[in-house]
Write a protein that binds this ligand. Structure first.
Ligand SMILES: [Zn+2]
Length: 153
C-alpha cells in the first residue's frame, strides 16, 4: 500500500508562476485544509496563490484545431439525429409551415399531414396507427402521438 505524500507548508511543489510565465519550483507557504493555498516562487521569490500545473497533452492540439475550424453549425449531434432531420426535411419538402395543423390529441390527422406540435415543433404524419395514434416524423426523430380516432365512413 502506498501512502499519499502529504504536502505541508515548507514543501516544494511545481506551480505556474505568472511573473516567470513558466512552471517553476515553489515552496508552499500556506495550506487550506489539504490543499495548497499560497506558494512562493523559488525563481523570482514572488508570493502568489497556488496555480496547479496544467498538463498540456500534445496530442490534444489537432483535435482542438478541428473543433475550431470544423464543421459549420451543429456540433455534438449524432449521425442518427442528422439522418432524422434530413428525413424530416425530405418529407417537409416545400410545404408551408404556416399551414401546419396545430397538434392536439383530438386533432383528426391523416397520413402526410403537416402538424405543429407545441413541444416538438413541425412534424409530418408518416402513418396512422389505428384506431387513434399516428407516427409523426420530427426533425429529431419519430414519435407516436395520440389523435382523434378514425371516424367510420
Ligand atoms: Zn516566479
Amino acid at each position: 500500500m502506498t501512502i499519499n505524500e502529504e504536502l505541508t507548508a515548507g514543501d516544494d511543489i511545481d506551480s505556474r508562476c505568472l511573473k516567470c510565465k513558466d512552471v517553476t519550483n515553489h515552496t508552499i507557504v500556506a495550506m487550506v485544509g489539504d490543499k495548497v493555498a499560497k506558494v512562493q516562487c523559488n525563481v523570482c521569490r514572488g508570493l502568489h496563490n497556488y496555480r496547479p500545473v496544467i498538463i498540456e497533452k500534445k496530442t490534444g492540439a489537432p483535435r482542438r484545431a478541428a473543433e475550431k475550424g470544423g464543421q459549420p453549425g451543429k456540433p455534438g449531434r449524432t449521425v442518427k439525429e442528422v439522418k432524422a432531420e434530413a428525413f424530416f426535411r425530405d418529407l417537409l419538402g416545400d410545404r408551408e409551415p404556416l399551414n401546419a395543423i396545430p397538434y392536439a390529441m383530438t386533432a383528426a390527422l391523416q397520413e402526410d399531414d403537416l402538424i405543429n406540435h407545441a413541444i416538438f415543433g413541425l412534424g409530418v404524419v408518416a402513418r396512422k396507427i389505428p384506431p387513434n395514434k399516428v407516427e409523426v416524423i420530427f426533425p429529431e426523430g419519430s414519435r407516436i402521438l395520440m389523435c382523434a380516432p378514425d371516424e367510420k365512413r
